[in-house]
Every structure is written in structure tokens, then in C-alpha cells.
Design a protein around this ligand. Structure first.
Ligand SMILES: C[S@@+](CC[C@H](N)C(=O)[O-])C[C@H]1O[C@@H](n2cnc3c(N)ncnc32)[C@H](O)[C@@H]1O
Length: 332
């Protein structure tokens, strides 16, 4: 695992105050305080996050979330579903848990995140879907729930934001009931992060330069929005703390007290396509690309995911895939 040392900072009143427009001074302060950076960065993107990442709560994303769960959880467990009470850490807008509940993985759940803006959107999304959920601002390194509370704890793309991942996994094991399971998916591998980041940076530069050319103005987002994006992007380096090799996650989960620990990885060429596509989408005015583009992007990604799972999986080492997931069980 690669990581950087950071000084924690959590605003106790944060629950009351999403802050979607960080000032330059706040960004400056956040450069030295990873948890403040997490709050500012994710509050900033909360209301537009679902659009940015093409997140939905229909069959497409229900199948995607369930696919991640089934890829790592043993079949005998899948036959016993649903779990009763589930918790999501770093829920963002609720993508993983809300879709897993809809997929029949759990009956009810709590969505939690360090960012008040995200908790607000996730709770609103869950209630809009008519699900039995509640929401709370929570730091994954000190989860504000009693021991032995949940049957299932899940997270998607959250572990790489947490300064002390092993401490957080110990917290997860503490709040799980004996025999309860955790599933964390969507974490970047160390190798995958290198190609994804480089391809994204190149795409952003190309797109924002080409759209300066005469005749292409309608493809360019207003400069104030691009500046705000750049300010927020400066925080990205501060909020993305780790990349993982699968063995790192196995070791940390085992050290945290879990048994039946396993990892799996996915997305190789699909990530090499997916990252430039998402970066390009973020660089042009919202809605400019239209439905045809969305269909092309999704179909291409699905095709390459199939090729990765059925062809590259046989020849490429596990750690070269972009996404790694980990599961484990609290001993009974
Ligand atoms: C990349 S987003 C993923 C959101 C969502 N799980 C998804 O997949 O769409 C990471 C989320 O983790 C949250 N986060 C970062 N550090 C955290 C911490 N220490 N405790 C809880 N949540 C945290 C962020 O606020 C953000 O919403």
C-alpha cells in the first residue's frame, strides 16, 4: 500500500452545514488537513456527483452493485440473503448500499459519510426510493455505532480516502455482529492508479485546450466553472491517500480481526477507457453530449469489462486490474 501521513480534522458541527463552495483560503487550509479536504471536496461535488459518475438507482446500477457483491461473496452466502441491518461507510450519494438494498442484499440500512453534503443527498435518494434507511455524518476511523450492531458493512471507493485503513477495518469488525460480513469494492490498485491518472490528466488537457479553438466555444464550460473544477482538483491529490495491492488489503483485514478474508480484482482495459471518458464528460458543459454518447460510453465499457473478465483475467496479474475489492467476516 502507498500512503501519506495526514493530520485528522473533523468539524463536530459539520452535519448541519454542507459547504459546496470552498473559498481559495479554505482550499489552502485543506491542503494540510486531509479530513477537512475530504469534507470540502465531497461537499463540493455532492449535488452533481450522480451525474458526474452516471450513477442511477435503476436496473443498470442495481445490477452493477449486485455484480460487485457477488464477485467476492461466496455463493452459499448469496443463497441466504437478505441481511437484515446494513451500514455503508463513505456512502457518497448512496450508490452502493441503496442499490444493494434494491438488489435484495439487505432489508434496511444506514448511509454514513464524512461529508454532510453527501449524507444529505444519500438520505434524500434513499427516501425518494422508499427504502428503509437513515443517514449520519460519520468518520470511518471512529464509527459512531455500538459494538455488534450490523449484519453487513459495505463501502465503495472509500478505503483509499481513509488515513488509517487498518484502524477503520477494526472499527468495522467492532460494529459487526459475530458472523457479520464486510464488503469493500472499487478501490484503486497501485498499478491501475498509474494508468488511470495519466490518461485522465491527458484527456483534461486535450479537451480544455481543443475547446479554446474558434468554432468549438459551445463545447467549453464557462471559465469560472473550469477554475472551480481546477481548485477542487487540487484537493484530489489530498483526498486520494492510498492505492492498494490485493495482499495489502488481505493483511490489513486479517490484522483487524476478520476471518474468511478474500480479495478479487476487475477492470483492466475497461478502466483505460472509462477514466478518459469520464474526464472528457466532466470537461464539457453538462448535457452537451446527449443520450447517444451515454449509450456508446456504457456499451463500450460493458464490452471491455467482458473482455477483461474472460480474456485478460487469464494472462494479467490480479494487481494490474484497476479495481480491487475485499471481504471478511467477524468471527462468531
Ligand atoms: C470516491 S467517494 C465514493 C462515494 C460512494 N461510495 C460511491 O462509490 O459513489 C468517497 C467518499 O468517502 C467519503 N470519505 C472520505 N473519508 C472518509 C472518512 N474518513 N470517513 C467516512 N467517509 C469518508 C467522502 O466524503 C466521499 O463521499
Amino acid at each position: 500500500m502507498t500512503s501519506t501521513d495526514q493530520t485528522p480534522h473533523v468539524d463536530a458541527d459539520a452535519e448541519l452545514k454542507p459547504n459546496p463552495h470552498a473559498t481559495a483560503e479554505q482550499v489552502e487550509a485543506a491542503l494540510k488537513d486531509t479530513k477537512l479536504a475530504q469534507i470540502l471536496y465531497h461537499d463540493w461535488e455532492a449535488e452533481t456527483y450522480d451525474d458526474k459518475w452516471s450513477i442511477s438507482y435503476d436496473q443498470r446500477c442495481i445490477d452493477y452493485a449486485r455484480g460487485r457483491f457477488d464477485a467476492i461473496v461466496p455463493e452459499e452466502v448469496q443463497r441466504e440473503l437478505p441481511y437484515d441491518r446494513a451500514l455503508e461507510l463513505g456512502c457518497g450519494t448512496g450508490f452502493f448500499l441503496l442499490n444493494l438494498i434494491q438488489a435484495g442484499v439487505a432489508r434496511r440500512g444506514s448511509v454514513t459519510d464524512l461529508s454532510p453534503g453527501m449524507v444529505k443527498v444519500a438520505t434524500r435518494n434513499g427516501q425518494g426510493l422508499g427504502l428503509d434507511i437513515d443517514g449520519k455524518v460519520a468518520d470511518a476511523e471512529g464509527i459512531p455505532y455500538e459494538d455488534n450492531t450490523f449484519d453487513l458493512v459495505v463501502g465503495h471507493a472509500v478505503l483509499h480516502h481513509i488515513p488509517d485503513v487498518e484502524k477503520s477495518l477494526r472499527e468495522v469488525v467492532r460494529i459487526l455482529k459475530p458472523g457479520g460480513r464486510f464488503v469493500f469494492a472499487g478501490e484503486p490498485t497501485s498499478a491501475g492508479n498509474v494508468y488511470a491518472r495519466n490518461l485522465s490528466t491527458l484527456t483534461w488537457h486535450l479537451s480544455t485546450s481543443i475547446t479554446k479553438l474558434p468554432g468549438l466555444e459551445s463545447w467549453r464550460r464557462p471559465q469560472s466553472e473550469l477554475d472551480e473544477s481546477s481548485r477542487a482538483a487540487a484537493l484530489e491529490a489530498v483526498v486520494d491517500l492510498h492505492t492498494f495491492d490485493p495482499e495489502d488489503l488481505e493483511r490489513m483485514a486479517t490484522n483487524a480481526g476478520a476471518v474468511e478474508v478474500a480479495t478479487a480484482s476487475e477492470e483492466f482495459t475497461a478502466a483505460m477507457l472509462g477514466w478518459p471518458i469520464r474526464t472528457f464528460e466532466a470537461s464539457v458543459p453538462p448535457g452537451r453530449l446527449g443520450w447517444g454518447w451515454a449509450k456508446f460510453a456504457f456499451n463500450s465499457w460493458t464490452t471491455l469489462s467482458w473482455v477483461d473478465a474472460n480474456v485478460w483475467r487469464r494472462v494479467v496479474p490480479k494487481g494490474w486490474f484497476y479495481n480491487v475489492m475485499v471481504t471478511g467476516v467477524k468471527p462468531s
